[in-house]
Design a protein around this ligand. Structure first.
Ligand SMILES: C[S@@+](CC[C@H](N)C(=O)[O-])C[C@H]1O[C@@H](n2cnc3c(N)ncnc32)[C@H](O)[C@@H]1O
Length: 237
C-alpha cells in the first residue's frame, strides 16, 4: 500500500504562505543542514556579508529573511545594532531557542514593520530568491534605509567557470536533495532550493534588477566560492 507523505515545499511562483510553511518545516535543523550542504562554507559567506556592509559600532542594520537569526548574529559582531525580520514563525521560534539575545521579529520583506529611513544598512541573505516580487522588495528595502545607506544582497548565483558550473549543477540537482534526505527535517524543501537557484538570475541580471528597482545606485558585486554565491552591494540615493 502506498504511504501517504505530507510534502511541504513551495513552487517557483513563491506564494508567501507556502514559502513560510516550507521554512517552518526546515526550521528545526536549518543551521546544521546549511553547514552540511555547503561543506562549512556558509560561515565564510556570512562573514563576507558583514564585511561588505562596512558596519560601524552604533549603526542600525536590518537583516531581512533572517530565519533562525544566524545571519543577524554575525552582523552583530560588528558592534552595530542588528535586528532580523522573517515571515516564518517556525524559523523565528527555532532562532529564539538558540539565540535568545538576537532581536528577531515577524515581518514580510514586502511590508516591513519599520518607519522610513531608520536603518543605516539593509541586508538579505539567501532569502531574496524566495520573495515573490524582487523589485517590490528592493524598493521596500530602500524605503527603510536612510539616504547614503547601504544594501548588501547575499544570494546563490552562477559559477563563473563553465566546467565548474556543470559540476555544481549536477551537485545541486542530484546530490544535494539526496544528502538533504539524511539531514533535513523537510528534504522536499531542498528540491525547491535547487530549482530556485537554477532559475535565479546571474550576477549581471541581479545587478540590473537592483538598479531598475531604484532608488539604488553604485551597484556592484563580488563573487564568493567561484560564483556559487555573489554579494551585491548598492548605495541608497
Ligand atoms: C534560506 S533562509 C535564510 C535565513 C538566513 N538569512 C540565513 O542566512 O541563513 C530564507 C528565509 O527567508 C524567509 N523569507 C522568505 N520570504 C520572505 C518574505 N517575503 N519576507 C520575510 N522573510 C522571508 C524564509 O522564511 C526563510 O527564513
Amino acid at each position: 500500500m502506498a504511504e501517504l507523505v505530507l510534502v511541504t515545499r513551495a513552487d517557483l511562483d513563491k506564494q508567501p504562505h507556502e514559502v513560510a510553511e516550507m521554512f517552518d518545516g526546515v526550521a528545526k535543523r536549518y543551521d546544521l543542514t546549511n553547514t552540511v550542504l555547503s561543506f562549512g562554507q556558509d560561515r565564510g559567506w556570512r562573514r563576507a556579508t558583514r564585511t561588505a556592509l562596512g558596519l560601524r559600532p552604533g549603526e542600525r542594520v536590518l537583516d531581512v529573511g533572517a530565519g533562525t537569526g544566524i545571519s543577524t548574529e554575525e552582523l552583530g559582531r560588528s558592534g552595530a545594532f542588528a535586528v532580523g525580520a522573517d515571515l516564518s514563525v517556525g524559523m523565528l521560534q527555532a532562532g529564539r531557542r538558540v539565540r535568545a539575545e538576537v532581536p528577531l521579529l515577524a515581518g514580510d520583506a514586502l511590508r516591513l514593520p519599520f518607519a522610513d529611513g531608520v536603518f543605516d544598512a539593509v541586508t538579505i541573505s539567501f532569502a531574496l530568491r524566495n520573495v515573490v516580487d524582487t523589485g517590490a522588495a528592493l524598493r521596500e528595502f530602500a524605503r527603510v534605509t536612510r539616504p547614503g545607506g547601504r544594501l548588501v544582497v547575499c544570494e546563490f548565483s552562477h559559477p563563473t567557470s563553465t566546467a565548474f558550473r556543470t559540476i555544481y549543477m549536477q551537485y545541486l540537482m542530484r546530490s544535494l536533495p539526496t544528502v538533504a534526505r539524511g539531514v533535513s527535517s523537510n528534504p522536499e524543501a531542498y528540491v525547491y532550493l535547487a530549482e530556485s537557484i537554477r532559475a535565479w538570475p546571474d550576477q549581471q541580471g541581479l545587478a540590473d534588477r537592483i538598479a531598475a528597482a531604484g532608488p539604488w545606485d553604485r551597484v556592484g558585486w563580488r563573487n564568493l566560492s567561484g560564483g556559487i554565491v555573489a554579494l551585491h552591494r548598492a548605495t541608497r540615493v
